[in-house]
Ligand binder design. Structure first.
Ligand SMILES: O=C(O)CCC(=O)C(=O)O
Length: 273
């Protein structure tokens, strides 16, 4: 089973998948819940974000409460909100042309983003509980609905079995939960189903339906394993929590990024503009 495709040099130059590759990516995402575009981002760009992220997470974890929250309670799986400034607030990350080419087809008109985080797997991390990142919209229905929430992950390092490439269950985004499944751990249900690990090189871009069953895995290396996680919602999913994007950053964003982030606050915290 392959869930990966490497954009050709010409696609990379144009920032656009060919019609055939786009159809393949959309079908793979629809059927399996996930698609990986290998080495979709430039190496030097990835290196700059990785350096910032490694530096920022070390400083983030100086707070004893956050150390306990992530290294003890979450067993080494850290979600550090990236600073809303360069290099994180870059159109290549938040309105990536390959990702939006897929999302434009998948998510209906006027989808948007109000959630930007990182998934950092610390050396020595343990296996996470298997989970979905979102609830089913209408759990009472016995049929799966089209995707309503999708995450774009950007891998800042090579993802390997050793450093904790995520484990995913292809097709699980379409599994509906029946009342009698209440309380049955997903680990038990997953035993009947095949899984994969998202092994891919640094710079790869993953588009995943948030309903997909998955879990973070142990990092048995000495190096931090990091990916960016940017979540896009269908228009009707608009929620009240918003990010505050500094005006000076907003002013640098292209139209596509502004449109995607339009429901957030722009200006100083507490001072909408
Ligand atoms: O970091 C990963 O590989 C997955 C993390 C995850 O699924 C989570 O924290 O919800």
């Amino acid at each position: 089973m392959t869930l990966s495709l490497e954009p050709t040099p010409s696609e990379r130059r144009k920032g656009k998948l060919s019609a055939i590759h786009l159809q393949w990516a959309l079908r793979t995402l629809r059927d399996t819940g996930l698609v990986i575009l290998e080495r979709a981002l430039p190496e030097d760009w990835i290196a700059a974000i990785r350096a910032a992220c490694d530096r920022d997470v070390k400083s983030y974890l100086k707070d004893p409460a956050l150390r306990k929250q992530f290294l003890v309670d979450a067993k080494g799986h850290i979600g550090m909100p990236p600073k809303q400034q360069s290099p994180y607030m870059d159109a290549l990350a938040i309105a990536n042309p390959f990702a939006t080419q897929i999302l434009d087809q998948m998510m209906g008109p006027e989808y948007f983003c109000t959630y930007y985080n990182t998934n950092i797997t610390w050396p020595g991390s343990a296996v996470q509980a298997l989970h979905r990142d979102t609830h089913l919209l209408f759990p009472e229905l016995n049929v799966a609905l089209p995707p309503h929430t999708v995450v774009v992950n950007i891998m800042l390092v090579d993802f390997t079995l050793a450093n904790g490439a995520t484990e995913v269950w292809p097709g699980s985004h379409l599994i509906v939960d029946r009342p009698e499944d209440q309380g049955v751990p997903l680990e038990e249900r997953a035993r009947a189903l095949p899984s994969l690990r998202t092994v891919a090189p640094a710079g790869s871009l993953v588009v995943r339906d948030l309903r997909m069953w998955h879990r973070g895995m142990p990092n048995q290396t000495d190096l931090i394993r990091t990916m960016l996680a940017i979540v896009y919602f269908r228009r009707f999913m608009h929620r009240s929590e918003v990010m505050t994007i500094p005006q000076r950053v907003w002013d640098t964003l292209p139209e596509k990024a502004r449109q995607l982030f339009r429901h957030n606050r722009v200006g100083r915290p507490g001072k909408p503009s």
